[in-house]
Design a binder for this molecule. Structure first.
Ligand SMILES: NC(=O)c1ccc[n+]([C@@H]2O[C@H](COP(=O)([O-])OP(=O)(O)OC[C@H]3O[C@@H](n4cnc5c(N)ncnc54)[C@H](OP(=O)(O)O)[C@@H]3O)[C@@H](O)[C@H]2O)c1
Length: 294
């Protein structure tokens, strides 16, 4: 069998950043610096790392971003009041509420408070509804990044069987919608599996393209897949080990076990991860272009 193609999200994201530069320059020269407001509640260490790397990337691209940090104990009405202010603050074209939120806050209430025209995460029901209807405005960043990887490496979805593991509103559900849209870039037959699926290997063994987004370290092994499948591993899981850091990052797929059997696979790290931030930048630029042209 031919050598396995490594689907590097690092390469694709660099390509995205390069292609966005003209749009950024044009916005800035017309007096508009695309701006992102990040709302970070509490002290989740992974969230802090994600938020920091988003801010760093915005800085590197000469874009504006500001992080609003609220304590773990914040009342819901204070979060809503901040979002309300950000909705009308012209410096910000995009608003992102970093998930997960502390348990006493209602995710839906907070997501629905964001102006859908600034919802660069694409989680607002209006944006998810538009995606479902086949007229997307903001597409959630991770699924959008997956589609971009498939497009970059010329992996055609039409007529293929895509199996998605996971049905979260952030990854599994939107990627299942995207892959099955009646569009030239899509048009797959998509099956979605979750914790209520009785025989997961039965489905995954039929997948031409398997997208794993369950948050279970190295769950998918050689026994789950068919020869020549394409694997998109969304999982980012911390596994304790003897290294200096005390942990390493692994995906939802056992890379070594499947590598010889598949035709292409995203690595972890360096696969889907870099695309999520690249798509956040792209969505913020889209938001700025839309708001400027109104
Ligand atoms: N690369 C990136 O940029 C990026 C972005 C987002 C997330 N992630 C990673 O992707 C993974 C998934 O994230 P998420 O936010 O979608 O997670 P999530 O909200 O926890 O959802 C996990 C989904 O997987 C299903 N599931 C969990 N364990 C399962 C099992 N053993 N068998 C079958 N289904 C199972 C759950 O089923 P139920 O619905 O039945 O509970 C749920 O639908 C995590 O590792 C996360 O860190 C990566």
């Amino acid at each position: 069998m031919a050598e396995t193609l490594i689907l590097s999200g690092k390469t694709v994201s660099q390509n995205v950043y390069k292609s966005l530069q003209t749009r950024i320059d044009s916005l800035i020269s017309s007096g508009c610096t695309p701006g992102l407001a990040v709302v970070l509640v509490g002290d989740n260490s992974a969230s802090r790392i994600y938020v920091k790397s988003k801010a760093k990337r915005f800085d590197k691209m000469s874009l504006f971003s500001e992080t609003f940090t609220l304590p773990d104990t914040v009342q819901e009405k204070e979060v809503l009041s901040l979002i309300n202010d950000l909705n009308t603050d012209n410096r910000f074209h995009g608003i992102l509420v970093q998930m997960p939120l502390p348990n006493h806050l209602n995710d839906s209430t907070i997501i629905e408070a964001v102006n859908p025209l600034k919802d660069v995460d694409g989680f607002h029901p209006e944006n998810l509804g538009r995606l479902t209807a086949g007229h997307p405005r903001f597409v959630p960043c991770t699924p959008k990044g997956i589609m971009r990887i498939l497009d970059y490496f010329k992996i055609d979805l039409s007529g293929k069987h895509v199996v998605v593991l996971g049905r979260s509103n952030i990854v599994g559900r939107p990627i299942s919608i995207l892959t099955s849209l009646k569009q030239s870039y899509s048009n797959a037959t998509t099956t979605i599996c979750h914790s209520g699926t009785t025989d997961i290997p039965y489905y995954t063994q039929q997948a031409d393209i398997l997208i794993a987004a369950i948050g279970a370290p190295e769950f998918v092994t050689s026994a789950h897949i068919k020869e020549g499948a394409v694997i998109i591993d969304v999982g980012i899981n911390r596994v304790e080990d003897e290294s200096e850091k005390g942990y390493s990052l692994v995906g939802d797929v056992h890379f070594e076990s499947v590598n010889d059997k598949v035709s292409a696979i995203t690595p972890v790290p360096g696969g889907v991860g870099p695309m999520t931030i690249a798509m956040l930048v792209e969505n913020t630029i889209e938001a700025a272009e839309r708001l400027v042209s109104v």
